[in-house]
Design a protein around this ligand. Structure first.
Ligand SMILES: [Zn+2]
Length: 325
């Protein structure tokens, strides 16, 4: 079993519980997107169902259970994730029907006589009625079932759910560990440093951005915000463009860039966006917070373009320029 090095502390906690048969009936895997929560949950599920675990606690990969897990057809492993709507697009929430089906299934005994494992991913996308249905099962857990909740943002789960789970927090690696791991994936040193800065030290996210080309959006954000500071672009045109293509990733990059800009100005350095006045520092810090709030609004019915327009109109550089004008 090869897990990313920063997952090992969490893995040991889960694996030791499994081997000593003291697994909590509900585990909450929490940590930022891209850190490897799903990889960890899959490794745990495979190990829990394996009939011949390896000395490191991992699944053997060869027994009947392991083969069924690999084929996605183990009868005692249930995955609950976004269903597809009639138009073929995934839903944006996990529904009460899905949870009712899950709870019904877990109330039956396991087919192979061992544990039954359920993975709810992402658990923080359960709507209120779905969370309620799950709560009933958590209050009266069946023996030999383990429900694993995977959440980027566990604060979105009701406190009543959180309090009934054993929380497993994934830690971020040190910057040295993260750099070494990215270099080991074939990423060159400059790109590794840049993406780690942009991902706030999350190497799994950094690698995903490099692989799928999302990192290029960061350069577009720099160009757009610089143009906004220089009054060479309209906030409305940028908002329209950002809303049409991966607004979530653009807002992430923009918020981190604002934070970095504030840090550079604090150190007396010239910023990326040509801002120089120390008076911009608190404005950039405030804008960082607003950008993060705007990002969470993207999953609501509010129109992305309006959310972005409101935010971009408040970009510190553009306010300064318009006051001078
Ligand atoms: Zn096995």
């Amino acid at each position: 079993m090869t897990l990313q090095p920063w997952l090992l502390p969490a893995w040991r906690v889960m694996s030791e519980a499994l081997q000593s048969r003291r697994v909590h009936h509900a585990l909450l895997l929490a940590g930022p997107k891209g850190q490897g929560k799903r990889v960890l949950a899959d490794a745990f599920a495979a190990a829990a169902l394996c009939s011949n675990r390896m000395p490191d606690g991992g699944a053997c990969g060869a027994c009947r259970s392991c083969l069924l897990v690999a084929a996605g057809s183990h009868p005692d492993l249930v995955r609950v994730t976004f269903e597809l709507r009639d138009d073929g697009k995934p839903r944006s929430e996990i529904t009460v029907d899905q949870l009712r089906n899950l709870c019904q299934r877990l109330s039956l005994s396991s087919q192979f006589g061992g544990l039954q494992i359920a993975l709810i991913d992402p658990a923080d996308a359960m709507n209120a009625s779905a969370a309620n249905a799950l709560l009933k099962t958590l209050e009266e857990p069946a023996t030999d079932t383990v429900i694993v909740l995977i959440a980027d943002d566990p604060s979105r789960l009701p406190a009543t759910i959180r309090s009934r789970c054993q929380r497993v927090d994934l830690r971020l690696p040190t910057s040295q560990e993260a750099l070494e791991w990215l270099r080991g994936q074939g990423v060159d040193a400059d790109d590794a440093a840049l993406t780690l800065e942009a991902s706030l030290g999350n190497p799994g996210q950094a690698a995903a951005w490099i692989e799928d080309g999302t990192l290029a959006l960061r350069a577009e954000c720099i160009a757009d915000l610089t143009a906004l500071s220089a009054h060479k672009a309209q906030a409305s045109a940028i908002a329209e463009r950002w809303a049409a293509d991966r607004p979530d990733s653009r807002l992430w990059f923009a918020s981190v860039l604002a934070r970095e800009e504030a840090r550079r100005l604090t150190r007396g350095e010239r910023g990326t966006f040509g801002l120089t006045a120390r008076a911009e520092i608190p404005k950039l810090a405030a804008w960082f917070g607003r950008a993060n709030r705007a990002r969470s609004l993207l999953s609501t019915p509010l129109r992305a373009e309006l959310i972005l327009l409101d935010l971009l109109r408040g970009w510190p550089g553009s306010e300064r320029t318009s006051r001078r004008a």
